[in-house]
Design a protein around this ligand. Structure first.
Ligand SMILES: [Zn+2]
Length: 320
């Protein structure tokens, strides 16, 4: 197994200058040379997010390479569209996206610039992993995007939950088997092993959390990213610090969250990449615990180990 990590150029923001566009041409040309040299390396998979990359690494095994476009310490809604990311995109046989518009703020222009027909939406090498999972918080009516809600297609943070991860692994194996029939058996066998481990973990962790008194199984999350995890572990969400997904908290909203938290034993939870000042202040004022959870699997970390880091941190705070 060979895992590639893309080293970023300095940020160029959402719009590329003329100089950057010329640079992109050079990078793509270099990518074609590099790609030709490594054509024997097997199937080339690109995943937008670290958790999807971690699942893919286990399913692909030694049959190819997996490149991840973002870091665990980056907000998946707002990944820096580094021009160097075009190299793996231009060469990819399969692109795995989280979907449900999680990457809508940064991926679409990159796909256009990568000029790889196979991985365009609807193409044989485009895999929207959200099609494999039971989606939660899907709006029943239209959502006013002017309000800034970044979860307009439902809650996209399903990778926090191992049953979703298992479903993604199995669907991914089926896609890879179609793209690369010679290695089909290996993809399905590895995905099946991962699925069994994830489902066993889902059951044992639920039992571990069920043993905690219900009043302590309460969370206040910064972003509305714990929904799937709450369903899995039987947690109750008291409030979110962002009034809507993607909208920074106003003083009025923070005051409302504070009054909800008073007298509770809620745990304040946020990812490593979010601003901490408000969470820290709320935890301090209420004597509640603040838990910083991973934004995703670290480089070369197994998906199950990333999930365990998350649940261990939550469990420790709730039983203290
Ligand atoms: Zn979100």
């Amino acid at each position: 197994m060979n895992t590639l990590r893309v080293i970023g150029w300095p940020s160029v923001g959402g719009r590329w200058s003329g100089a950057t566009r010329r640079l992109v041409g050079v990078i793509l040309a270099l990518g074609l040379v590099f790609g030709a040299r490594t054509a024997a390396a097997g199937v080339r998979v690109v995943a937008t997010l670290p958790d999807l990359g971690a699942i893919a690494r286990e399913v692909v095994g030694d049959a190819g390479t997996v490149t991840v476009l973002s870091f665990a310490a980056e907000d998946p809604h707002y990944v820096d569209p580094r021009p160097t990311l075009l190299v793996p995109l231009s060469r990819a046989d399969l692109l795995i996206v989280n979907g449900m518009e999680l990457e809508v703020g940064w991926l679409p222009p990159m796909l256009v610039n990568a000029r790889n027909p196979a991985i365009q939406p609807g193409g044989p090498g485009y895999f929207d992993a959200s099609t494999a999972v039971a989606r939660l918080e899907v709006p029943k009516g239209p959502v006013a995007r002017s309000e800034g809600d970044v979860h307009a297609q439902g809650n996209p943070h399903y990778a926090y939950e191992p049953r979703s991860g298992a479903a993604v692994a199995m669907t991914l194996a089926a896609r890879l088997a179609r793209l690369d029939p010679a290695n089909a058996q290996g993809y399905v066998a590895r995905a099946t092993v991962l699925k069994s481990a994830l489902l066993a973990f889902a059951t044992s962790e639920r039992a571990r959390f069920d043993a905690i008194p219900a009043a302590r199984r309460t969370v206040v999350s910064y972003h509305q990213s714990l929904t799937y995890l709450e369903h899995w572990l039987g947690l109750t969400r008291l409030a979110t610090i962002e009034p809507l997904p993607g909208i920074p908290p106003s003083p009025k909203h923070v005051a409302a969250v504070l009054s909800l938290m008073k007298g509770s034993s809620a745990v304040v939870v946020q990812e490593e990449y979010r601003p901490r000042a408000t969470s820290e202040r709320l935890a301090q004022l209420t004597s509640c615990q603040l838990v910083i959870i991973p934004g995703g699997a670290r480089e070369a970390e197994r998906y199950l180990d990333r999930l365990r880091r998350t649940t261990d941190a939550l469990h420790a705070a709730m039983v203290e």
